[in-house]
Ligand binder design. Structure first.
Ligand code: NAI
Length: 777
């Protein structure tokens, strides 16, 4: 091209980044790679190809891990874990810092290798992926440094199995490995089969950093390798990022195993533009939201909702902007859109477009080159229920519709089974900040999109998964309170005596639903006896229908979530006060039912009162945070209620009940508590305390009856957001399996009893929502 031609067209020339160093690294590796186990690379085994999606050329051959490979990796991680935990956070911090420095040092090699392997533009892998990876290790070096001081009494979980996707191969590796090893865990990580090369380069820098052998292990291969890691009995925790379908399978596969689990899954995130938005900025933001990484981003702003009055102009300007996007060789520094990761993914995008594109108008102002590329696409005129508005496309395809009012915008935004992220665009700060908390999303960007930082928690709601990565909140997923848990000792309720005095009055305690006593739907009840054989009364046996009624009542009480924290605190204090006024009566009930001593019964009542006062205190003190992110803005970490929580109580008749109710309602949740199956009567007496304590109807619902059936119904209910179980019947597997339907959060005891610190209760009762707002210079 001559200088004159350049001036005439004002077109970019080609500016390719050299692949020489990365290709040489692959050649040095012998083209065939094994796994990284116990600090060394293994010999290659049965191999599969790693290809460059932009050209189709084979880059290397990688080993499909066998069962023995996975066993060896887990064994290496297990051997290393004790010592890695014992050397302490400050010693671990030095290694994380070294890893951060080495990522920076080899930044160019990492970026080029990532682009070759994944097809993403070099501009992104260089300026975004690698930069965020280094930041993640720096940040978590700091977390390791501070662990003992700032997280006293917490310990690592052990060996973590980590399975990651192909859209941000190295960045997802960093998100998984950095917090895990900072807290003293060791890991077995499986990269996605399309994109394993930067993970193998990372293995090399683990060696360079002198990381103790076995702390990080990397095995390559397809989903069957992932399944083996998930099923491995020596793995204590699974952290997964990927599709909702696989997340659901993993939820079922780990059910009842005692493994902890975090899932970061798909999304269909709304991008809401109000008519007073700065249109140019909103369009630039949108280019970032949906065309970044070819739209292969779990939190991509893939669903455009534009206010009606500006929809026409907005679409025209957007199409004009799209026509300037450059699509092609990802190694070219001036390319905006690179290759789709794999021909299989390309077919997935094309298939969805073929099925749903006809429902709207398709705009594709720039053609895609031959090969594994898909052009930037806008589909306008869709209705909210259209296939393309609901399904995750995972490509550079933006779908759009219009709304009239802010209320309608919120309704449409939330009309999805996902809940990962959302963007709100308006120059009116009142409007934007009014809308942000109403969006069902783990992350909300105000006048921005796709911003990430190690300090800011990231993760979803609903079928986008559970758990957070990043920030202090991310560490909850890699630690637990120190100390051993003991097996639960189930209570032994008194059996029906041979001879029984039959009283005249029917004393059947009803259920407590929506602030009222309710007869059980099935009409069944059960007698409760004292250990000496005295009939103490009858309790209702709740059925599925009663659970459904309770869930409905709890949903209707949604106003509790927006009651002020001060108001919630007052109600909790009031419950505590009213309970203490009747302390003796409750203590007598406990003695009658359980045959315990007066001292122990009194202690249990005192404990319940103390719990109420503790969470009354916390109700207005669980501060959120303003995270200092390295860009113009702050990321607010807001503690929002989880929603409707179903909880099965342990066999402390009163303290067990109060222990779940107090933290749940303190944080704005509504709760359906299932009383101790063996000793339910104290819970039924508790209604009167609630009735006199200004608790709005539906905020607390109490059921009595068979735990196993009620747990199943609660866990399978689509309108329940979380299920907790401290039941003496070990229902953990059943609950976790049933919860896979809407991927609700679960917190189960796995047949073990332990005393959880208030912080853990509070974390379980809240969802951290990260709200990014513009702030400062
Ligand atoms: P995927 O969920 O199958 O792959 C993610 C990872 O899970 C890979 O490492 C894979 O080997 C592993 N895996 C697959 N099956 C497994 C199993 N049964 N047990 C354990 N690990 C298993 O995602 P895939 O098939 O590559 O992409 C399909 C769709 O998933 C995409 O079109 C997109 O919609 C979505 N997706 C979402 C991602 C996100 O970050 N939310 C990332 C990747 C894909």
């Amino acid at each position: 091209m001559t200088v004159k031609e350049i001036f005439d067209t004002m077109d970019y020339g080609a500016a390719p980044e050299s692949a020489a160093e990365a290709l040489a690294w692959l050649v040095d590796g012998g083209d065939r790679f094994g796994h990284f186990i116990g600090g060394a690379m293994t010999e290659p085994g049965e191999v599969f190809e790693a290809r460059n999606p932009a050209t189709g050329e084979v880059l290397a051959h990688l080993t499909q891990a066998s069962a023995a490979d996975v066993d060896a990796a887990v064994a290496a991680a297990r051997r290393a874990q004790g010592r890695w935990a014992r050397i302490g956070g400050k010693a671990r911090a030095k290694y994380l810092y070294a890893l951060a420095r080495l990522v920076q040092k080899h930044g160019r090699l990492f970026a080029v290798l990532e682009t070759l392997d994944n097809g993403k533009p070099i501009r992104e892998s260089r300026d975004i992926d690698v930069a965020l990876v280094a930041r993640h290790f720096y940040y978590h070096a700091g977390m390791a440094q501070l662990m003992e001081e700032e997280l006293p009494g917490r310990e690592p979980l052990g060996v973590c199995g980590q399975i990651i996707p192909w859209n941000f191969p190295l960045l997802m590796l960093a998100w998984k490995i950095a917090p895990a090893i900072a807290m003293g865990n060791t890991v077995v990580l499986k990269p996605a089969e399309y994109t394993s090369l930067t993970a193998l380069l990372f293995a090399q820098i683990c060696q360079e950093a002198g990381l103790p052998k076995g702390v990080v292990n990397i095995v390559t291969g397809d989903g069957t390798v992932g399944e083996r890691i998930v099923a491995h009995p020596e793995v204590d925790k699974i952290a997964f990022t990927g599709s909702t379908a696989v997340g659901r399978r993993i939820r079922k596969a780990t059910a009842g195993s005692g493994k902890s689990l975090t899932l970061e899954l798909g999304g269909k995130s709304p991008y809401i533009v109000f008519d007073d938005a700065d249109m140019d900025s909103a369009i630039e933001g949108l280019v970032d939201a949906i065309f970044f990484n070819q739209g292969q981003v779990c939190c991509a702003g893939s669903r455009l909702l534009v206010q009606e009055g500006i929809a026409g102009e907005f679409a025209a300007r957007l199409v004009e902007r799209m026509s300037k996007l450059r699509i092609g060789n990802p190694l070219d520094k001036s390319i905006d859109i690179g290759a789709i990761v794999d021909p299989g993914q390309l077919r997935h995008i094309e298939g969805l477009m073929a099925r749903g594109g006809g429902e709207g108008h398709v705009h594709q102002p720039v053609p895609a080159p031959e090969g594994c590329f898909y052009p930037p696409t806008l589909v306008t005129g869709l209705s909210p229920s259209s296939l393309l508005m609901q399904e995750e496309i995972f490509g550079p395809v933006l779908v759009s519709t219009t709304f009239r009012t802010p209320t309608e915008a919120v309704q449409m935004a939330n009309d999805t089974r996902y809940g990962l992220a959302a963007s709100v665009w308006s120059e009116n700060v009142n409007l934007a900040l009014d809308i942000a908390p109403k969006l069902v999303a783990g992350v909300v960007w105000v006048n921005g999109s796709n911003m990430f930082d190690a300090a800011a928690g990231f993760g979803g709601l609903r079928e986008s998964g559970f758990g957070r990565e990043g920030g202090w909140e991310g560490l909850m997923a890699y630690t637990r309170p120190a100390g051993r848990a003991a097996p639960v000792k189930p209570a032994k309720p008194a059996a029906k005596p041979e001879e029984m005095e039959v009283g005249g009055l029917d004393r059947t305690a009803k259920l407590y639903i929506g602030g009222k006593q309710a007869r059980p739907d099935g009409g069944y009840s059960q007698a409760v006896f004292s250990p000496k054989g005295r009939l103490l009364g009858h309790v209702s046996l709740a059925s599925r229908k009663d659970v459904r009624n309770a869930v409905e009542a709890a949903r209707a009480a949604r106003g509790w979530a927006s009651a002020t924290a001060h108001n919630r605190a007052q109600v909790l204090y009031y419950i505590g006060e009213n309970l203490s006024a009747r302390a003796e009566e409750f203590a007598a009930r406990l003695r009658d039912m359980t045959g315990t001593t007066a001292a122990k019964a009194g202690a249990e009542v005192a404990e319940a009162i103390d719990t109420l006062f503790t969470f009354a205190a916390w109700a207005d003190k669980l501060d959120g945070a303003a995270k200092p992110v390295p860009m113009r803005g702050v990321a607010l970490a807001m503690n929002a209620p989880v929603g409707v929580i179903g909880a099965l109580c342990d066999d402390r008749p009163l303290a067990g009940l109060v222990s779940v109710i107090a933290p749940a309602i303190a944080m704005g949740n509504r709760v359906i508590a299932v009383a101790s199956e063996a000793w339910p009567l104290a819970a039924t007496d508790f209604y009167q305390v609630l009735d006199t304590s200004d608790v709005p109807g539906g905020v607390v619902n109490i059921l009595t009856g068979p735990h196993e059936d009620l747990a199943k119904t609660l866990a399978g209910h689509m309108d329940v957001e979380a299920v907790w179980s401290f039941s003496s019947a070990d229902l953990s597997g059943r609950i976790e399996r049933e919860s896979a339907g809407n991927l609700k959060r679960t917190w189960v005891n796995n047949g073990l009893a332990r005393t959880w610190p208030a912080r853990d209760w509070l974390a379980q009762a809240t969802e951290v929502r990260t709200i990014w707002v513009p702030y400062g210079e």
